[in-house]
Design a protein around this ligand. Structure first.
Ligand code: ADP
Ligand code: MG
Length: 675
């Protein structure tokens, strides 16, 4: 048996089970060994019934005394009650659809029951716990599974695979690196990750495996960057942009000035710029983008600016048109829902070069748009675009310079994973005179008062947003959850003396534009909407936002929403309404109420939801670092990046034999993530 052997070489695996493993992408023994547990049942501290906790799952030790009969309660559901004791207290266990498990229990024998525990006067109860024989100890691995496989089977086969092949596991890191960074061998790490005897061994194994993943990832990013960074682009001349900046009507912040200079410097090189501009909502990214596009136009090149929604693309067009009109630079718009004839007209103006700056949605990449001389591509609110879309856009034109703008402050580690191939500029300064938004978290009983607040603002000529999670009421939605219903109600009652209108994602683009324009021009005082306004919409006169059922939104999303107010020089307010009784939800929402710092919000969000959900980023083609837990592994990532530079310094192409294994892993990683 070796690492390339078929799984059928293992006891207990026949053709049928081999197929199940194949479903999980496991084709040989080597693959199996890299099928890491997704978690562990911790049996190291199995407890007496009186010591069991009802706050988190625990392992309770007890001897079975009595097995009840199995009753059908309804079709497809049977229930069996089992009694157990530890001689001090009693445990009542209810099993659902678990005939085999119950049959296998022996009266008079001691077991460990693992699961949620409910405290009762004379002991406790458990529902459908995992049953483990009392002789087991340590950490019991729980594997990602497919129907027909259980963690018990996988772990038995894992043991057999380790017995047969442990000595064949190849080391991928040099002794020097392992010593310097205090890492155990690969073989030790693989044993430790599957069958750790204690927490310390598990940590050691994780550290080694995560380090290796980060190292491979860092090396992969560096090598990709190196490959792309050829002199294949257009070097712009370092012309002045002063006249444009003076025309903006406000003094740029120091950060804006610095970032514009960083971009200009990049664009003056024939190596195409790839830069991420990170700036919290309201930090003034549009002005930076505009200055860069002006710079390109002055150099005789076209620019394209992509936005994730039609509303935002249209708004960019209006803003940019105003900025560029004094300079005779023409701005165009191209979105998916435009009429074919309109599109054709815009496209031909792009092709002739008459339009120097075009904003749009992903139609800009999907449609066959030919540019006369595309020199700069900017994608706004990047997290809505995947890595692949970014690549597709990069292929248009002759290696144009690219800027990616992100308003969701991304914690450093995740930024590296998402944008490791980019240079980063940070807009870490808000325009002067900005007053932080005051945020309040209130219960639904104050909903009416919030509306009164909105009405008072309207009387003073100031505007408000009211945001709801849904468009229309469904059977199980809560009272004020649907924007359309709420808009109708308040327009007829509470806010009858204000101009109220509705904006949501399913409206026709022309309708959306009409409503947005009316709001921008202060013909509407109150805009009731869904999250379509989440991204980028800019109306400085809007000073109040009421968010109904705020608990339905993610933290980063709430922060984005709130960013729509507080854009002018007035004190702005955000009222979060939530009727949730959950302490956890309250805690989450209080994060938003307490801080206006987008980075803090993002970190909390990441902690609470985990990186997998952070941007729904599985779809965006991101590497799924198997073992990496972003928040806790920042230090390890820093170390891996350091090791990465050291290795590349000695062996820039990873061609030395001691780096061969590492190099193969990187290839695999890059292929998997299609970067
Ligand atoms: P975001 O970074 O969220 O995209 P915007 O670019 O939309 O922010 O800018 C927010 C608002 O701030 C706009 O109304 C813009 O005109 C204004 N603004 C931008 N930079 C400055 C500045 N330096 N001083 C004052 N106002 C500014
Ligand atoms: Mg913006």
């Amino acid at each position: 048996m070796d690492l390339t052997s078929r799984l059928t070489a293992l006891k207990g695996v026949g053709e049928k089970r081999e197929k199940l493993y194949q479903k999980l992408g496991i084709n040989c023994i080597g693959d199996l060994l890299e099928h890491y547990p997704r978690g562990y049942l911790d049996l190291t501290g199995s407890l007496a019934i009186k010591d069991a906790s009802d706050e988190h799952p625990c392992a309770v030790r007890a001897t079975v005394t009595q097995k009840g009969a199995t009753h059908p309660v309804r079709r497809g559901l049977t229930v069996t009650k089992v009694r157990a004791t530890d001689m001090e207290r009693d445990l009542l266990i209810t099993f659902f659809n678990a005939k085999y498990t119950v049959d296998a229990l022996e009266i008079g024998r001691e077991y460990i029951f693992y699961g949620d525990f409910i405290r009762r006067l004379t002991g406790g109860e458990m529902n459908s716990p995992v049953v483990i024989s009392a002789e087991e100890s340590g950490f019991l691995p729980q594997y990602p599974l497919t129907e027909g496989l259980s963690s018990k089977m996988v772990s038995a086969q894992m043991k057999a695979a380790l017995e047969g092949c442990q000595s064949r596991i190849k080391e991928t890191l040099s002794t020097e690196i392992m010593q310097k960074y205090g890492l155990c061998s690969k073989a030790e790490a693989i044993c430790g990750i599957h069958f750790p005897v204690d927490q310390a061994e598990l940590e050691k194994a994780k550290k080694r495996l995560v380090f290796e993943e980060f190292l491979a990832f860092s090396l992969g990013m560096s090598l990709t960057k190196g490959r792309v960074r050829e002199e294949s682009g257009n070097a712009f001349a370092n012309l002045s942009t002063e006249e444009f900046i003076r025309s903006l009507g406000f003094e740029l912040t120091g950060a804006q000035k610095r970032v514009i200079e960083e971009c200009k410097k990049d664009m003056c090189s024939a190596v195409p710029m790839s830069r991420l501009i990170q700036g919290d909502v309201g930090s003034g990214k549009t002005a930076v983008a505009a200055a860069c596009m002006y710079f390109a136009a002055k150099n005789g090149f076209q620019s394209a600016m992509m936005a994730p929604t039609e509303v935002l693309a249209a708004q960019h067009k209006t803003t940019l048109e105003k900025m560029f009109a004094p300079f005779g630079i023409k701005v165009g718009l191209l979105t998916g829902s435009m009429k074919a004839s309109e599109k054709a007209a815009v496209k031909s103006q792009i092709e002739s070069g008459e339009i120097a700056i075009v904003t749009g949605t992903h139609a800009l990449i999907q449609e066959d748009v030919a540019f006369k001389s595309l020199g700069l591509i900017i994608t706004d609110e990047q997290h809505r675009f995947g890595v692949r879309q970014r690549m597709a856009l990069g292929k248009k034109g002759n290696a144009p310079h690219t800027i990616v703008m992100s308003a969701t402050p991304i914690p450093r580690t995740l930024a590296f994973v998402l944008y490791g191939d980019l240079d980063v500029s940070v807009l870490d300064e808000m325009p002067k005179n900005r007053i932080p938004v005051k945020t309040y978290l209130v219960g639904p009983e104050l909903s009416q008062r919030a509306l009164g607040f909105v009405r008072n603002f309207a009387k003073e000529g100031k505007q408000s947003y009211i945001v709801c999670p849904l468009i229309e009421r469904t059977e199980d939605s809560l009272p004020l959850e649907a924007a359309a219903d709420l808009a109708e109600q308040i327009a007829g009652q509470e806010l009858v003396d204000c101009n109220v209108d509705l904006l949501h994602g399913r409206m026709k683009p022309a309708e959306k534009e009409r409503v947005m324009n009316a709001f921008a021009e202060n013909r509407l005082q109150v805009l009731v909407s869904t999250t379509v306004i989440e991204v980028g919409v800019d109306v400085p006169n809007a000073v109040c936002m009421v968010i109904e059922n705020a608990d339905r939104f993610g933290l980063s999303q709430l922060h984005q929403l709130r960013g729509r107010v507080g854009r002018g020089t007035e004190q702005s307010y955000c009222i979060l309404i939530s009727g949730s009784k959950s302490a956890e939800t309250k805690r989450r929402l209080e994060v938003i109420a307490k801080t206006t710092d987008g980075f803090k919000v993002a970190e909390e969000d990441l902690k609470l939801r985990g990186p997998g959900d952070f941007f729904g980023y599985r779809q965006s083609g991101l590497p799924m670092l198997k073992m990496a837990d972003m928040m806790t592994d920042i230090k390890l990532l820093e170390l891996a990046k350091k090791a990465c530079s050291e290795i590349l310094e000695e062996d820039p192409r990873l061609s030395k034999p001691e780096n061969a294994a590492l190099s193969r892993n990187i290839q695999k990683l890059l292929e998997e993530t299609a970067m």
